[in-house]
Design a protein around this ligand. Structure first.
Ligand code: AMP
Length: 281
């Protein structure tokens, strides 16, 4: 496994694979890797000849007052984990390497599907994601790129601009990896105190309960309000509890598949989760 910190170095490392038409898989991350990230790498290994994992904490997707400075940077530990799952190349550029010293005048803004959910509470976040992921796609030029359904809205945004801008690669979505108690794995779980970590799985428990209630025919508005009330009671500050169609359009009738979305804070830690609810009998 090689680690490259410059675009030039990465391009040189990938040249033999590109010249021999090997399938290149790409997994973008912000590091502090856990089993969720490693599952993406394993999925990439299955269908690609060469797997590149980027580790880059992207400043432009963090808002003022968010955790850019304190975001965990654990490159040595990440490298060991990635070597174990057969990653071929780590791309770990500096901010300077990615953004240079000249001002950036170009933005990438995906409309409509970024208007609410996390887009509403984190203005500019998805523009920052779209810019860095497009830059990384242009640098790595992969055949396949792998993203987790944990960040469901992000995955939808990426699929959208890849389609709109004819970016020549295939986006693969990978199901959420959870801890045994149901908490969706996240680098931000490390911010939780022991007491908060005990409370955190309430989100998934309530999503599963809601799924059952909906399948039994309970009214959607009632089910969403109940999740919200129970989260508040458990000590969360709720950002949103929403239901959408899988394409993120609003739900007109809910005898079809829908996705439940939760974002809530425990102390200063913002947690997100989602659950696809299947109405097939
Ligand atoms: P991050 O490092 O948080 O930017 O995440 C990098 C990639 O890993 C994104 O595509 C995430 O959706 C994905 N990811 C993070 N946590 C999980 C998880 N628990 N299950 C599946 N994918 C995940």
């Amino acid at each position: 496994m090689k680690t490259e910190t410059t675009i030039q170095g990465l391009t040189a490392s990938l040249a033999p694979a590109r010249n021999t038409k090997k399938m290149i898989g790409f997994v973008p991350t912000m590091g502090n890797l856990h089993e969720g990230h490693l599952t993406l790498v394993r999925a990439a290994k299955k269908i690609c000849d060469i797997v590149v994992v980027s580790i880059f904490v992207n400043p432009i997707q963090f808002g003022a007052g968010e955790d850019f400075d304190s975001y965990p940077r654990t490159l040595e530990q990440d490298s060991r984990l990635l070597a174990d799952v057969g990653c071929d190349i780590i791309f770990a550029p500096s901010v300077e390497q990615m953004y240079g010293s000249q001002p950036r005048l170009t933005n990438i803004s995906v409309g409509q599907i970024t208007d609410d959910l996390c887009g509403k509470s984190r203005p500019g976040h998805f523009d920052g994601v779209a810019v860095v992921v497009t830059k990384l796609f242009n640098i790595v030029q992969p055949d396949y790129a792998f993203f987790g359904q944990k960040d469901y809205q992000q995955l939808a945004v990426i699929r959208q601009f890849v389609q709109d801008l004819n970016i020549p690669l295939e986006v693969i979505g990978v199901p959420i990896v959870r801890a045994e108690d149901g908490l969706a794995l996240s680098s931000r779980n490390g911010y939780l105190s022991a007491e908060q970590r005990e409370i955190a799985p309430t989100i998934y428990r309530l999503l599963k309960q809601a799924e059952q209630s909906l399948q039994e025919g309970k009214a959607l508005s009632e089910v969403l309000a109940n999740i919200s009330a129970q989260l508040t009671q458990a000590g969360f500050v709720v950002d949103y509890v929403e239901a959408r169609q899988p394409n993120l359009q609003s739900v007109e009738q809910f005898d079809r598949n829908l996705v439940l979305f939760v974002a809530a804070k425990l102390g200063s830690t913002r947690l997100i989760d989602n659950l696809e609810v299947d109405f097939k009998t």
